[in-house]
Structures are given as C-alpha cells and as structure tokens.
Design a binder for this molecule. Structure first.
Ligand code: SF4
Length: 205
C-alpha cells in the first residue's frame, strides 16, 4: 500500500469511498494502478469493521503532467487534469482473503524477501520503432523485432528500425528502497523486459 494509510473522503449517505491522489498521466490511464484498488478494498473492510458501509470505491487523480495537446490526440490519455476512476469493490470474502494473504506474505518476507514482479517494478517491455528519415517520432511502434522488420521491408528506403530498451520505471526513479535492493542489479542479467533488453537491442534489426 506504499505510504497511503488513510482514505480522503467517505460520503456516508451514499457509501462512496474516495481517495484523492496526485499522480502521472501514465498511472491514470487504463483504469489506474492495481494497488489503488487493493488499497481502497482494504480500507473498505476497515470501515466496515468500524460500522460504516461502503457501496463503491473510486480514486480522484490530479494529473500533474497533464497536457491538453496529448489529450486531444489520444482518447486513452486522461481527458482532463482531474479524473475520476471507479474501482472494483470486491466481495467481503475476497477482501478478507486478500488481507490474510498480504499478512502471510509480510510475515514470510521476514525470513526471505520475495522478488518484485514486473507489475511491481512498473516494467515496460522493449519496443521496436519504425523510423523515417527526417522525422523525429516513430512512424509506428511494434512489440517485436520480427513485426518491425516486416514493416520495414514494406516501408522501403529511407526507413529504419530502432530498438527502444525495456525499462523498470519504479526501480529507475520511484522506488524508496532502491539503495537496499539487490534484485535491481540481478534483474539486468535475467529479465528480458528490463533495462533493457540490451541484448535484443544490440542485434541489427
Ligand atoms: S528497486 Fe528493487 S525493491 Fe524497488 S521496485 Fe525495483 S526490484 Fe523492487
């Protein structure tokens, strides 16, 4: 749950539990971060145990890097600087199972620290960009080298393919415990999606 320990607003009459967050446009896309849903479901259980009913949960995101031009071009980008993202309120049974599991993981971590998953590292896989001479942005991005190479053959002369390495955004810039972490160093050697597919990107496309 990070450092989020409290909810911001419970509309008691309607049972709407809201959390206000300042975050990035990336986090606010596609329904928001999974851990926001986890956090609000745990808080809903705590509220229920204190006699308050929660009927829905939602996050209000203040998008700190919001850009009107991008919003006009991309319908998946947050369409205003403050967006409301409804989250899924689980059944009581599922919430309690989730809390039990988190306690179990927390206790197990005292004996052996688990590795962070790609989701927890905010991993972005490598991409292959079809580029055109004289143009700075990619004509199109592809998930695999094979797709990009096929597109390059069709696109003809004055085109090329650039590999953009995968990244672990949280490890790189946001993890508060990065200086204690040995996984980040190991990750470079074992994960094809991390900083960065250096091997994949070193091959000619
Ligand atoms: S730096 Fe380490 S602890 Fe932090 S997210 Fe990355 S792998 Fe996890």
């Amino acid at each position: 749950m990070g450092d989020q320990r409290a909810f911001d607003r419970l509309v008691v009459q309607d049972g709407v539990l809201q959390d206000f967050k300042v975050s990035t446009s990336y986090a606010a896309r596609d329904g928001g971060r999974q851990e926001w849903e986890w956090q609000l479901n745990v808080l809903a259980t705590i509220l229920r145990e204190h006699g308050y009913q929660v009927s829905s949960i939602e996050v209000i995101v203040i998008v700190r890097d919001w850009n009107r031009n991008v919003a006009e071009r991309d319908r998946n980008y947050p369409q205003s600087q403050a967006v409301r993202i409804p989250m899924s309120l689980w059944s009581e049974e599922r919430r309690e199972e989730f809390i039990d599991e988190r306690i179990r993981l927390h206790q197990a971590a005292w004996k052996e620290l688990p590795d962070c998953t790609p989701g927890e590292r905010w991993s972005r896989p490598a991409e292959w960009a079809l580029m055109k001479e004289g143009r700075k942005s990619a004509v199109r991005l592809y998930d695999s080298e094979q797709e990009a190479t096929a597109a390059l053959e069709k696109a003809g002369p004055k085109h090329s393919v650039d590999c953009r390495p995968g990244r672990d955004l949280r490890c790189e810039s946001f993890c508060p415990v990065v200086r204690f972490c040995d996984q980040k160093g190991r990750q470079l050697a074992i994960e094809p999606t991390t900083p960065a597919n250096v091997e994949a990107c070193s091959k000619p496309a």
